[in-house]
Write a new protein. Structure first.
Length: 312
């Protein structure tokens, strides 16, 4: 649906430009050239909001159940949502290469998400969330810069501000030492990086089929972990409901990110969407009363400044 809107929008822009006089054509042309750059940013920001809410809901629900069992439940709702949308909208089925990359992304992303939820439940949610995001953003950003070239200086400043924002959001005010859950957060960050890179290689196929394929593999991976480890701690109906909601939010963010990576540079999409810990931290502050220091406020301001610079 997003691709259709983009194509229709570009067609409408072309007809408008063609009907204008030469003086106005040059002004409108500048707007047209900005449009393809702003669209991926908007998609990435939407992914940021969806992932931030998903991680808060998932981390909260994980306190009621085993992390891998919860993640399996989230993948059920996410896979079903993408399959229904793909079938209803009659999205074209992607090629073999695209599906293989999507499946690889699902394998990495599924295990990473399970580790991430466990880290959120065992440690400080306001710390473990940004740690996973830092690694998940840094690795694919560096790789994409090597592949596509160094972006503009303004955008590089935006990347630096985004990194500073995530760093200050993750800053702990507690005693020195190894924070609980930080190891799992590091593992999750590496897995997220692999997910981002594999999604980029999946190409320009249908967003819904790519998301559905990756979710289905994630479901199989996390389900196998649950069966192998015999981690069947009972879940009440409330925990299941939270897990299903987290899955819907997470796959929605994934769909928007996939579309953003298809329409723009991977490094820009990753850096913006990786600001989702800011949303998780805000939710943890207001609903769970977790500590919110002035350094996290600085991080949030840096993140807000980074977004428009990356969009230019």
């Amino acid at each position: 649906m997003g691709v259709i809107r983009t194509l229709v929008g570009r067609s409408c822009w072309f007809r408008v430009v063609k009907s204008l006089d030469p003086c106005r054509q040059s002004q409108t042309a500048r707007i047209v050239t900005l449009h393809p750059q702003l669209a991926p940013v908007g998609l990435s920001l939407t992914a940021t909001l969806a992932w931030g809410f998903s991680d808060f809901v998932g981390g909260y629900a994980c306190r009621r159940a085993n992390a891998f069992l919860l993640t399996t439940i989230t993948h059920v709702s996410g896979t079903l949502l993408m399959l229904v949308l793909a079938l209803l909208l009659k999205a074209p089925f992607p090629g073999k290469n695209s599906l293989l990359w999507a499946m690889a992304a699902g394998l990495l992303g599924g295990t990473a998400l399970a580790a991430f939820y466990r880290a959120l439940a065992s440690g400080n949610m306001g710390l473990t969330a940004p740690v996973g995001a830092v690694l998940g953003a840094a690795i694919p950003t560096v790789v994409d810069i090597f592949i596509e070239g160094v972006p503009s200086p303004v955008r590089m400043v935006g990347y630096v501000l985004a990194g500073v924002g995530i760093w200050f959001i993750s800053r702990t005010e507690g005693p020195a030492g190894r924070p609980q859950g930080i190891g799992l957060a590091v593992v999750a960050g590496i897995g997220f990086a692999g997910y981002f890179l594999c999604i980029k290689h999946a190409g320009s196929g249908s967003v819904f089929w790519i998301a559905a394929a990756s979710r289905a593999v994630s479901f199989v991976a996390t389900g196998a972990i649950v069966l192998a480890a015999r981690q069947f701690r009972p879940m009440d109906a409330t925990g299941v409901a939270w897990g299903l909601l987290a899955g819907l939010l997470d796959v929605t963010g994934s769909a928007f990110f996939i579309h953003a990576s298809q329409t723009g540079r991977l490094d820009a999409a990753v850096m913006i969407s990786s600001l989702y810990p800011a949303m998780t931290v805000l939710l943890a502050r207001f609903f769970l009363k977790e500590h919110f220091s002035r350094w996290r406020l600085v991080g949030l301001l840096a993140a807000l400044l980074a977004v428009p610079l990356i969009a230019l």
